[in-house]
Design a protein. Structure first.
Length: 588
């Protein structure tokens, strides 16, 4: 009893303030036990961790009195919480799941005209799974194409839309991704894929003009956070393609699905092994669990990014197959890479790919961390050399492009924001070293070569959360002043117009790196990251790299990341099954 009382008394966070607020009029005039308040706290805490609901018993539900209503009731009263199938929700997330499920069933059940596949279409793709994806999209309203890095999701998509574009006159195609960086990467991958020799027989001019955008821009989400396009005013497209779907939370998924018009094809691309969304929901994983959607899913399994003997591919496979074992690190060193001291890597000399591993000692203090910061700077030597060459390059645009390319060669990824190897310290120390190496002094927060990342959507500036730019000095009306160039938008913004809370971005959190690719990725995990680690996190981090992965890790933290699989609690899969069954019954 003492432990329970202590637990409740310790719940002094803002969540507990909400619990107390909900346990009084106008929401309820009943008296609530500590156990009931703890249950409410658990629901709110679960939402913070990305779960849409928690499991409950009938007795627990009864203790909440009129704060909860059963979803099955024909005329449910409005209440803060809903219970369905022994799952307790905040009303908002129950309603979102209901809506997502209904729209998934609606889009799946559409009777679309099947696009005829001629013999020459069937030979466009040689991989059986890619061929299956082509057949799926041409015959279904909903298509989910998943696969790991290098399995050819965008390559397959390019061939699919070439067939659709030829077969359906005046077809309108929209392409989007959750972040600006992911949209830019989608554009680059699509343009590359459209150069496939197999597509020479098609007229691709209109497809080459396609401009992937962020989902916020596609839906017309403005400062009010209300979309311009929705169920009553759907998107004006015949085909809607969304990449990096693992990043979609319940709320954004609901807005997207509601805006898909009747008669349109929705194509979702993603890697089911990556991290789930930052906010509530695990939509892609839920879609994978619904038997009724089996004909709407194809998983590409043949990777082409990693050649035979490639270490990054072996690392990704090891992560997926790893089982809890006290000898796991020894097994990792035997199968993937042996620990040694980190070295500078010349990307031009990496024939296939390369992995290096160094273990951090336990509890590294700040004054003992300097050699590790120096090692992490190795990957930015090309960027530093590009910045130092500013005065030697006659063409300013050439200098900008070279600097951007060298910056995008490398990125440091971490799981946490604070501590010796957290985001804040990493950025501070890499910044100091770059300033010294380029003989610069900061002017306020700014200097040539400062990379920055937006932390929220700024609709006035036309910038989205996650957009990354680099600061340069640019001539404007006869004066050189700091301006930031955002490559994904091909846009310059005066540094003085950017918000003060914009973040320096030599290092990113692994979550923020989703949708990006770098030739060399350094993954830093210290012991303070232990509670946040998972297979999905480390898999996402290492698959950002195309050529080199550098692992600077605490041994125990790394071992945990190889063994912990994240599972979010959700009722979405069951709701989709029910909605699909209902539509099937109605059509009979």
């Amino acid at each position: 009893m003492e432990n329970k009382q202590n637990h409740v008394s310790q719940l002094t966070s803002p969540l507990m303030a909400w619990v107390e607020y909900l346990c009084q009029p106008p929401f309820s005039s009943a008296s609530f036990t500590d156990e009931a308040k703890q249950l409410l706290y658990s629901v709110l805490e679960a939402m913070q961790n990305g779960n849409s609901c928690i499991a409950v018993t009938d007795q627990q539900v009864a203790s909440l009195h009129n704060l909860v209503h059963p979803a099955a009731s024909k005329q449910p009263e409005i209440a803060p919480f809903v219970v369905q199938d022994q799952q307790l929700y905040l009303y908002r997330y129950w309603k979102l799941e209901q809506s997502v499920a209904a729209h998934v069933a609606r889009i799946k059940s559409q009777q679309l005209t099947t696009v005829p596949l001629h013999e020459r279409h069937r030979h466009l793709l040689s991989d059986p799974q890619q061929q299956k994806a082509l057949e799926m999209v041409t015959s279904q309203g909903l298509s989910i194409i998943t696969g790991g890095p290098g399995t050819g999701k965008t390559y397959t998509l390019a061939h699919i839309i070439a067939v659709l574009n030829e077969s359906l006159p005046d077809i309108r195609i929209a392409m989007a991704a959750p972040t600006g960086k992911a949209a830019q990467r989608m554009k680059e991958a699509l343009q590359s894929a459209l150069s496939s020799p197999a597509l020479a027989q098609f007229d691709l001019e209109s497809l080459k003009q396609l401009q992937p955008v962020t989902l916020h821009r596609l839906l017309g989400l403005g400062t009010t956070a209300q979309p311009r396009f929705h169920a009553r005013q759907p998107l004006p497209y015949d085909v809607i393609v969304v990449d990096e779907v693992s990043m979609l939370d319940l709320s954004l998924s609901q807005m997207l699905l509601a805006a898909v018009p009747d008669g349109a094809r929705l194509i979702l691309l993603g890697d089911a092994n990556q991290l789930a969304s930052v906010d509530v929901g695990t939509v892609l994983a839920d879609l994978q669990q619904v038997p009724a959607l089996a004909e709407n899913r194809v998983n590409l399994i043949t990777t082409r990014r990693f050649a035979e003997g490639a270490r990054i591919g072996a690392l990704a496979h090891f992560i997926q197959a790893a089982q809890p074992d006290h000898d796991l690190l020894a097994e990792f060193e035997q199968q993937v890479v042996t620990a040694s001291e980190l070295q500078a890597i010349n990307l031009q000399q990496v024939a296939i790919d390369h992995i290096q591993l160094q273990y951090l000692p336990e509890n590294v203090l700040l004054n003992a961390a300097q050699p590790y910061y120096d090692q992490l700077l190795y990957g930015y030597q090309g960027y530093i050399q590009a910045l130092k060459a500013e005065k030697e390059v006659a063409d300013f645009n050439e200098f900008i492009q070279e600097s951007i390319q060298r910056f995008d060669d490398y990125r440091i990824l971490t799981a946490i924001r604070h501590g010796t190897f957290g985001l804040t310290r990493l950025n501070q120390h890499i910044e100091q070293r770059l300033l010294t190496a380029t003989s610069q002094v900061k002017q306020g927060d700014w200097y040539i070569g400062r990379p920055v990342m937006m932390t929220y959507n700024d609709y006035q500036l036309g910038l989205s959360n996650g957009d990354i730019g680099i600061c340069f000095k640019r001539e404007h009306q006869g004066q050189r002043q700091f301006e930031v160039y955002f490559p994904s938008l091909e846009k310059w913004v005066l540094a003085t117009r950017l918000p003060q809370n914009i973040e320096t971005a030599f290092a990113l959190t692994i979550h923020k790196s989703q949708g990006s690719e770098f030739r060399h990725t350094a993954v830093v995990l210290d012991h303070k990251a232990s509670n946040l680690l998972s297979k999905e996190l480390i898999y996402t981090a290492i698959t950002r790299a195309k050529k080199v992965v550098t692992l600077l890790v605490d041994g125990e933290a790394f071992r945990q990341s190889l063994t912990i699989k994240t599972t979010r609690y959700s009722g979405l899969s069951k709701k989709i099954i029910e909605q699909c069954c209902n539509l099937s019954s109605d059509s009979e």
